[in-house]
Design a protein around this ligand. Structure first.
Ligand code: SF4
Ligand code: SF4
Length: 95
């Protein structure tokens, strides 16, 4: 769905429903670091999902959370906000 409004016309509290602030672009190409998870420590609280500015974190079938790397920009906010230290940012290897 394409929405044709200016940023200052967006209502306060609006929710991004599609991944990526620019869902038609492969924003993951901008990334230099990538989030990796150790789900052994994850308590499935969803805080990473809430704080991701790209909306690219999704819930997996087993209740954990993962990032869609097509859109993830590697900002590290999910790693910063995770209360259990589940997420680490590591340098991404480009082929
Ligand atoms: S690093 Fe984490 S918070 Fe940042 S865009 Fe990627 S998944 Fe979202
Ligand atoms: S914020 Fe951390 S503990 Fe909570 S769901 Fe995400 S990875 Fe798991």
């Amino acid at each position: 769905m394409k929405i044709d409004i200016k940023w200052h016309e967006v209502e306060i509290g609006a929710i991004v429903k599609e991944p990526g602030s620019a869902s038609e672009y492969k924003t993951g190409d901008w990334r230099s670091e990538v989030p990796v998870r150790d789900n052994e420590k994850c308590i499935k609280c969803g805080i990473c999902y809430i704080f991701c500015p790209e909306g690219c974190i999704y819930r997996t079938e087993d209740g954990y959370f993962d990032a869609n790397l097509y859109y993830c920009k590697g900002c590290g906010i999910c790693a910063y906000e995770c209360p259990r230290g589940v997420i680490r940012m590591i340098e991404e290897k480009k082929e």
